[in-house]
Design a protein around this ligand. Structure first.
Ligand code: COA
Length: 271
């Protein structure tokens, strides 16, 4: 895992802060965990697989010393609640909750069973609710941040993604409602909506697998490329920092303009 170097954000930005990151054992969320550790935070990463969680913790420790790896399925409220309590015992009240746990696969609606649809909605949406609900009493108030990882699917109808689109749309509305309810307690609640992210399980699953289809996909993005975990982690670090103190209830696209619905062609020679 690499982080953005040099960063425009100052060193030690999260010194003394405690972060709890669901799904923090891989991909975007592991990138966030590494960046937070580098910024001085005590970091708890939560995943389903103990060996994977330990390997991820070793990775995060390259960036900062206070790392805790815990295992629970975000669909299991009791297990998640216990993990949050363990984190609070070791690292103190939670300053930053990142809801990153997600599941996805490409399939048309008629190729998905009720259980397949439920699995994704349960991981993405119910899992986000569960983490928020269990964490609330342990959030530092005022001052805590809740940030959920949505996706362009939350607002853009996407073929073969009825389950993920439904789940992420729910995550985005949950973000707005919790912002209304928790803002008065001094808890900021936001989400980001990334498009394609290089070197992630999501990209492997959704890009069609081949290098050629990945390149073709990148060509459809106005910025002509997908993003990276390091680039996303920088945005997340900004959003949980005091520089973003008045950003609340927002779902921020971080997709190179991919979700913009645009029409038209440029005149000849227009770039
Ligand atoms: N197409 C259609 N249905 C699928 C599928 C696919 N490619 N992959 C899984 N399913 C269905 C299964 O058939 C099952 O339904 P069934 O019981 O009716 O047969 C249902 O989804 C649940 O699958 P299961 O593997 O038992 O669930 P799980 O809870 O262990 O896993 C998933 C959840 C399916 C989301 C799994 O892909 C996962 O764990 N993903 C995590 C990693 C990930 O997706 N990363 C990318 C994030 S963007």
């Amino acid at each position: 895992m690499t982080t953005s170097n040099p960063s425009v954000l100052r060193d030690g930005l999260l010194a003394g802060k405690s972060a709890f990151i669901t799904g923090g054992t891989s991909g975007i969320n592991l990138g966030i965990a590494c960046r937070f550790a580098q910024a001085g935070a005590r970091v708890t990463i939560l995943g389903r697989n103990p060996e994977k969680a330990q390997r991820a913790a070793d990775e995060v420790r390259k960036f900062g010393p206070d790392v805790l790896a815990l295992t629970a399925d975000v669909r299991d409220y009791a297990a998640l609640d216990a993990a949050i309590r363990t984190s609070v015992e070791k690292h103190g009240p939670i300053d930053i909750l990142i809801n990153g746990a997600a599941g996805n696969f490409p399939a048309p609606a008629v190729g998905i069973s009720a259980n397949g649809f439920k699995a994704v909605v349960d991981i993405d949406l119910l899992g986000t609710f569960n983490a928020c609900r269990a964490a609330f009493e342990h959030l530092r108030k005022p001052g805590a941040n809740v940030l959920s990882i949505s996706a362009t699917q939350g607002s853009v109808p996407t073929l073969a993604q009825v389950h993920a689109c439904s789940a992420k749309a729910g995550v985005e509305m949950l973000t707005r409602v919790l912002a209304l309810e928790w803002g008065p307690a001094g808890v900021r609640v936001n989400a980001i909506a990334p498009g394609g992210v290089e070197d992630t399980e999501g990209m492997r699953r959704l890009s069609g697998g081949s290098e050629e289809s990945r390149k073709k996909g990148a060509e459809t993005v106005p910025l002509k490329r997908f993003t990276t975990c390091a680039e996303l982690a920088e945005v997340v670090l900004f959003l949980v920092s005091p520089a973003a103190a008045y950003i609340h209830g927002a779902v921020i696209p971080v997709d190179g303009g991919h979700a913009i619905a645009g029409f038209g062609t440029l005149p000849m020679g227009g770039g």
